[in-house]
Each structure stands twice: as structure tokens, then as C-alpha cells.
Design a protein around this ligand. Structure first.
Ligand code: NOJ
Length: 762
């Protein structure tokens, strides 16, 4: 500690040369940090600078393939030599303190480590998977959920998270859709902003906030055929209009770091992609934070066929703007030689190090490297009532009622005989979802436990079939049971004499996430067979789905009267589901991703292009854009979600039918609750630009609001549009609004019910 204080003494003798009185507080603080960063940099040797650009994985948690030559002894040696700037997958005050102490006390300059961790949806108290949270469309709740995760993690030594994941994806086969906000760039941008603010708060130096990392830059969600890590080839319009907007929103929210992606983009791996990382991110968007490579992605450029060896990979990555090397070992091995030989300009190393030091200063790590290690707060926060309440609230808001016919839901609270059947009905682990590294196994409330909180009904529980063959884990393949039918008949018999059968089916939490692509979107294993067998003896089925991606549940939609999308809802899953089933919470979630009828329709998304042959020209003629064996429509469109109330949309009015220059236009309509329950509706406003310099989608979400109404109540809802609502990345390679004709649509899903026309003039 002594040495650390001596080292820091050098920075504190700095005088601020600017006339601070004339600067805003923020500008003055920025300038102060810039001067401190420059001062530290001036003290550093080249190896020390390169050390700041080196990030190692910790010693027990693994979230990627471990390098063959990686060993703990060398990592400790490098820590002591000042050759490590960051660690990931280290958690808990004790472990973090141990490592922080090494760098602070034993290295020449005592520069603290920044400690990164994947908090996709919570630290120990687990909130719904991000795709589920996105279904809430509730930006405050989503921001709060990120803040809860940040606060818990920040008390446990973590000061940086590799979240939010903001990759737009249209392909449900890709297992990582569970980590994102779905298919839409507008909703995705709003959520990206909310999550970054939630993690970082207003003051990054506060002890309950941490640095966020928007990932994966860029295009990772467009991997061919939904296979993880696969090639990405997209054109300029998709890149700018669909993939980039959430990253632009994250930068607007002042995100401190960005992670690049494993994929190649149009022939150049993102990690070695100077267009993405330098031209777009750092020059065009003026991103001031640092870029971290994804796990081993510098080394993977060799497999991509872009670098011939580790040395060239390091050269390409640093020149392209990857500031920190996660687990490739190539910067620490080769960068010094590359600078000495002139292959890499030291100015680029300096730039990377300054960016990294800046974030460390902003976190307050130089003032107190141990500030994120607070055993008392760690004890108080983890599993606290406050956090449990927050994730329960988020879980209820994330549930989507997909179908409700025949009045099965909400359930009456007494006098019913209920059969509870399915492999996920009493599972306390799977609802935690994927990416919940710090959570305790089996720490979720199961549906059975949730239902027991309502003792008025008699519950008969049978698993039916097992979903998995052995206990699934984050890093190993999940083995699905396709043969063992023990318990099957018993469950079917038990279903026979029930008033209602609740079937809890879907995917195991570890069937989604990284490295978990699927070619089928059906219910895995023997579950479809079980569902159909139960249906034969009892048609009063409420299907509760647990899944991390859209599924193709065509048969269920045709036959089962009520379907509740319950995703993987985290620690409080069972309580949230029970409260919705019993009507103590009226569901209001809306799908952030289209559900296909068949995997063959994927990628399927609401904001598609019209094509030159959109409609059938004459009966039976084949020459139009369609399938011969299924229609083009999804099973459930983007934005779909029911309530126990019913909402009527009417009386659409446009304040103008010509929007001119900088003017504004109001789109108003009346929403009426014509149901029997008080409820919330997410009302959605979409546009279509009819003719443009590059073709535009048939519909694009432009705004949404959440409206709560009592039975019989009506309200006028107003959306305000201006030219920014019409802007897109045009054929002139810039963001602009082109004059022309537009359509505006309003409704409770992307299958809208109201429609109007207007034009825009410059
Ligand atoms: C690889 C994943 O792609 C990335 O999202 C994650 O943050 C890192 N591993 C670290 O766990």
C-alpha cells in the first residue's frame, strides 16, 4: 500500500492549468482526469503500457475455451510484473482484494485492476433473461434491474460488466438471442440506453455503479444460419439502420467500454476491423472509452484466415483499434516487439492506454483501489428483500400472455383440482437461465413452489418426462432426453380428472446462451409427445412456456386454449408465474421478437422489405415471394401480447397531413379498456416510408407508450413525430430524412389496427 501511495503522490502534485472557473463541473472534471491520465502515462514504460492492455481470466470461472498454454502461475507472475491491467471472472471481495493487493503493492506504479464480469441479468439475485426483460417494454424497470445487478456486483469487488449485450438478431436459432433485446433497432436502442444508465448511474465513482460494456461490435446477431460464431455478411443499409442504432444509443448514454465480436463482417474479423473500431466508433461517433476484444478473438483471427500467426494478429488488432486483449496473450507477448520494429506506432498504444486509464480514474480506482470490496454491503445486499422484490417485479412485467381462449385464465383461487405437469414444473435451476455465473444452483422459486403460495386449490404434480439426461452446466453441451418415458403414463393418467392442467414445458436455461444454436425450434425432447398425450385426456390446458428464444409452437397454438410465455425469469420465477396465472398481476408483456410457425421461416421479422413480388397475382400462380408449403405469416408477430383486459383502438387523427422541415406532427387515437379488469397496454406507433433512395421496411417501430386503464375507461393517446422519426441511413451514406409519402400505423402489436397517411417536405 505504501508504494501505491508514493506512486500516486506524483499525480497529485499536478496543477490544473486551465481557468476552471469558466468550465462546467463536468468539463473541469474531464480535464482533470485527462491531465491525471497523461501524467500517469508519462511515467510508464512500454511494457507497463502493454500490461494495461492485457486482460486475464480468473482462476475458476471459465466463459470461453482456456488457452492451451494458459496457467495460473504465469498469470500471477504477470500480475506482479505490472503486465496485467484487468481480470475477468474474479468475484467476491476476498478474491478481488487479493489480486488488487498484488498490483497495488507489488508493481512499480501500483495501477489498480479493473475487474470485469458478465452480469447479463443479475449477479446473485437473478432477474429475467434480457430477452424477457425486453418483453416488458418497461424502460424504467429494465434500468432498475441493471442497477440492482450493478449494486450487488459492486459490493463484491466487480467494477465493470460485459453488459448490455445489444446485438439485434432476427434468428431464433441463435442461442444468444436470450441475451439481447430482440429484433427491433428502436426498442433495442431504448433498452440499450436504459441498461447502460442502469449500470453506470449518474456517478461512475459511486460505490453502487459500475462501468458498462456494450457488445458485440458488430453484426454478431446476424451470423449465417443462426450458428454461433459464424460468418456475417450484411450490406451498408442493414449495418447502419439495424445493427448500429443500439450502439449509437449506448454511446449517447456514455457507455464506458465496447466489446468487439467474434464474427467476421463482410470479410474482415471485427477484432481486426479498422472501419468498425476506428472509423465508425472512435472517429465518427467520438467514442471516448476503450474497446475490449472478445475472449481470444485476437487469436481467432488466425482461424478466420486473416492473420498468419499471433504476432500478426496482435498487429492487426491494435492497429484496428482493439484496446484490450481478453485472453489471447498476444499483446503481452508481441506488442513490444511490434512497436520496436515500427509495425505498430507507439501513439496507438498510448491512445489505448489512455482510454483504459481514463475509465479507471472515472471509477475512482486510483483514489481507492479497494472501494468495490465491501464485505458488509456484500452481506446486506445479496439476497436482500429489496433485490428480491425488484427481480420479482421485473419477472411479472416480462411475462407475455400469448393466447387465452375459453376463459381458463386467470384461475380461480379455490375449489379447483389442478394438474401440474412437465419437466420444468418443479425445476429450481433452469428458470435462472443461461449466463448466471454467480447465482447459486437451484436458487429459483419453481412453479410448484409459486403455486403453493395459493393454497385454495388442490395440486397434483407429475414431472411426466425428464428434459435433460444429466445436470446441465454453462460450459458443456446440454444432453436432452429423447428416449426415457418413465413417468409419462403416470402423468397422463393424473391429468385425466383435473379441472385444469398447467403444463410447464420449454427449453432448459442452458439450451440457450453462447454456443447454443439449434436447428429446431420445437419443444425439445419428449415434451411435444407429452403435451399431445395429455391433451387427449384433458383439453383444459394452460401451457406455461419457459424458453430463451422464440419457439415454433404451432400445434400448441392450434389446440391449447391458454399459453403463457414465461421465458427464464430468474430467482423469483415461480412467484411471478403464479401471480399471473391467478390474476394478481394482469400481464402486459409484448414480444420483442417474432415467433415463427416453422423454423424454415427464420429469419422472420416484422420490419421486412416488401420485395418486388409481395402478393399473389392470381389464384395458384407461383410467381410471388412465398413458400409452397406454408404461408409467410408468423405465429405471433413482434409486439404481440394479451392482457386479461381487452383494449379497443379507435379514432385515429393526424394533426397535420404534411410535415414540413423542422415541424412536428401529432398522431392521436383513443384507447378504451373494454374488458373486465384493470390493465396496462403497450401502445405502438409504426411508420412506413413508401419510396426512398434505399428501400425501407414495410413497418418500423417509432414510438411506444404504456397506458393503464380501468374497465370502461378511455384515454386519448398522442405520439409526436418529427423529421428525426423519419431519418434513416440513405443512399447518400448519411443519416437524413427524404421528402415523400409515409404511412403511420397504431396498434397493440406490429399487426396494427389503425392507419393514416402523411407526407414530408424539407
Ligand atoms: C465470450 C462472450 O462472447 C462475451 O459476451 C463474454 O463477455 C466473454 N466471453 C467473457 O465471458
Amino acid at each position: 500500500m505504501k508504494k501505491y501511495i508514493l506512486g500516486l503522490g506524483l499525480f497529485f502534485i499536478l496543477q490544473l492549468t486551465c481557468a476552471q472557473g469558466t468550465l462546467s463541473n463536468e468539463a473541469a472534471r474531464n480535464m482533470e482526469i485527462t491531465q491525471k491520465v497523461d501524467s500517469v502515462l508519462s511515467l510508464m514504460t512500454l511494457p507497463e503500457k502493454i500490461g494495461q492492455m492485457n486482460q486475464y481470466n480468473g482462476f475458476w470461472e471459465v466463459t470461453g475455451p482456456t488457452p492451451k498454454d494458459g496457467d495460473a502461475a504465469r498469470k500471477y507472475e504477470h500480475l506482479k510484473a505490472g503486465l496485467v491491467g484487468s481480470m475477468l471472472n474474479v468475484r467476491g471481495t476476498e478474491e478481488v482484494e487479493k489480486l488488487q493487493k498484488i498490483v497495488v503493492e507489488e508493481t512499480r506504479l501500483g495501477i489498480p485492476l479493473i475487474i470485469g464480469f458478465d452480469l447479463m441479468h443479475g449477479y446473485k439475485t437473478i432477474s429475467p433473461i434480457p430477452l424477457a426483460e425486453a418483453a416488458s417494454w418497461d424502460l424504467d424497470a429494465i434500468g432498475n434491474s441493471a442497477a440492482v445487478a450493478a449494486e450487488e456486483a459492486a459490493a463484491s469487488g466487480i467494477n465493470w460488466t460485459f453488459a448490455p449485450m445489444i446485438d439485434i438478431s432476427r434468428d431464433a436459432r441463435w442461442g444468444r438471442v436470450m441475451e439481447g433485446a430482440g429484433e427491433d433497432p428502436y426498442l433495442g436502442s431504448k433498452i440499450a440506453y436504459a441498461r447502460v444508465k442502469g449500470f453506470q448511474g449518474d456517478d461512475l465513482a459511486a460505490t453502487n455503479t459500475i462501468a458498462a460494456c456494450a457488445k458485440h461490435f458488430a453484426g454478431y446477431g446476424f451470423s449465417e444460419s443462426g450458428r454461433d460464431y459464424n460468418t456475417v455478411d450484411v450490406g451498408t443499409s442493414t449495418l447502419y439502420n439495424t445493427i448500429f442504432p443500439p450502439f449509437m444509443a449506448a454511446i449517447d448514454a456514455d457507455v464506458k467500454t465496447i466489446m468487439n465480436s467474434f464474427n467476421e463482417l463482410n470479410g474482415i474479423p471485427a477484432t481486426g476491423n479498422g472501419f468498425l473500431q476506428r472509423s465508425v466508433l472512435k472517429e465518427e461517433w467520438k467514442f471516448k472509452g476503450f474497446v475490449v476484444s472478445d475472449w481470444g478473438s485476437i487469436n481467432e483471427m488466425i482461424n478466420h484466415g486473416y492473420a498468419k500467426d499471433g504476432k500478426q494478429a496482435a498487429e492487426l488488432a491494435v492497429n484496428a483499434g482493439s484496446d484490450m486483449d481478453m485472453e489471447s496473450y498476444h499483446y503481452v507477448k508481441y506488442l513490444e516487439g511490434l512497436v520496436d520494429s515500427g509495425a505498430v506506432d507507439e501513439a496507438l498504444v498510448n491512445d489505448a492506454v489512455k482510454r483504459i486509464l481514463r475509465v479507471k480514474f472515472e471509477l475512482g480506482l486510483f483514489d481507492d483501489p479497494f472501494k468495490y470490496c465491501d464485505r458488509e454491503r456484500e452481506k446486506q445486499l445479496i439476497g436482500s428483500k429489496k433485490n428480491m422484490d425488484a427481480v420479482l417485479d421485473m419477472a411479472k412485467k416480462s411475462i407475455v400472455l400469448l393466447k387465452n381462449e375459453g376463459g381458463l385464465l386467470p384461475l380461480q383461487k379455490s375449489g379447483l383440482k389442478i394438474g401440474l405437469i412437465g419437466p420444468l414444473a418443479d425445476d429450481k435451476d433452469s428458470p435462472l437461465g443461461s449466463w448466471r455465473l454467480a447465482a447459486d444452483d437451484n436458487s429459483a422459486v419453481s412453479v410448484l413452489e409459486g403455486l403453493k403460495a395459493y393454497p385454495g386449490n388442490a395440486i397434483t404434480h407429475k414431472q411426466g418426462v425428464a428434459l435433460t439426461l444429466e445436470k446441465p452446466s454453462f460450459i458443456l453441451e446440454t444432453k436432452i432426453n429423447t428416449t426415457d418415458r418413465s413417468g409419462f403414463e403416470e402423468a397422463v393418467q393424473a391429468a385425466r380428472n383435473q379441472d385444469v392442467v398447467i403444463m410447464v414445458l420449454g427449453e432448459h436455461g442452458f439450451q440457450t446462451g453462447e454456443g447454443r444454436s439449434r436447428v429446431s425450434l420445437d419443444l425439445p425432447g419428449l415434451q411435444q409427445e407429452l403435451l399431445e398425450a395429455v391433451y387427449k385426456v384433458n383439453k383444459n390446458i394452460v401451457l406455461v412456456l419457459m424458453n430463451g428464444r422464440p419457439l415454433a409452437i404451432n400445434w400448441a397454438d392450434t389446440n391449447v386454449p391458454a399459453i403463457v410465455e414465461a421465458w427464464h425469469l430468474g430467482t423469483q420465477s415461480g412467484h411471478a408465474i403464479a401471480q399471473v396465472l391467478y390474476g394478481d398481476y394482469n400481464p402486459s408483456g409484448k414480444l420483442p421478437m417474432t415467433f415463427p410457425k416453422n423454423v424454415g421461416q427464420v429469419p422472420i421479422y416484422y420490419n421486412f422489405k416488401n420485395t418486388g413480388r409481395p402478393t399473389i397475382p392470381a389464384p395458384d400462380l407461383v410467381f410471388w415471394s412465398h413458400y409452397t408449403d406454408m404461408d409467410n405469416d408468423p405465429l405471433y408477430p413482434f409486439g404481440h401480447g394479451l392482457s386479461y383486459s381487452k383494449f379497443k383502438y379507435g379514432d385515429l387523427k393526424l394533426s397535420e397531413n404534411r410535415l414540413i422541415g423542422e415541424g412536428k406532427m401529432e398522431v392521436s387515437f383513443t384507447l378504451t379498456n373494454i374488458g373486465k379488469y384493470e390493465g396496462k397496454e403497450v401502445v405502438q406507433c409504426y411508420l412506413r416510408d413508401l419510396v426512398a433512395s434505399v428501400t425501407r421496411p414495410v413497418k418500423e417501430l417509432k414510438d411506444f407508450k404504456m397506458v393503464s386503464l380501468k374497465p370502461g375507461e378511455s384515454r386519448e393517446v398522442i405520439f409526436t413525430l418529427d423529421k428525426s422519426s423519419l431519418a434513416f441511413y440513405s443512399a447518400n451514406n448519411k443519416w437524413e430524412t427524404e421528402p415523400g409519402d409515409f404511412k403511420v400505423f397504431v396498434g397493440g402489436s406490429s399487426k396494427t389496427v389503425l392507419e393514416g397517411d402523411f407526407s414530408y417536405e424539407r
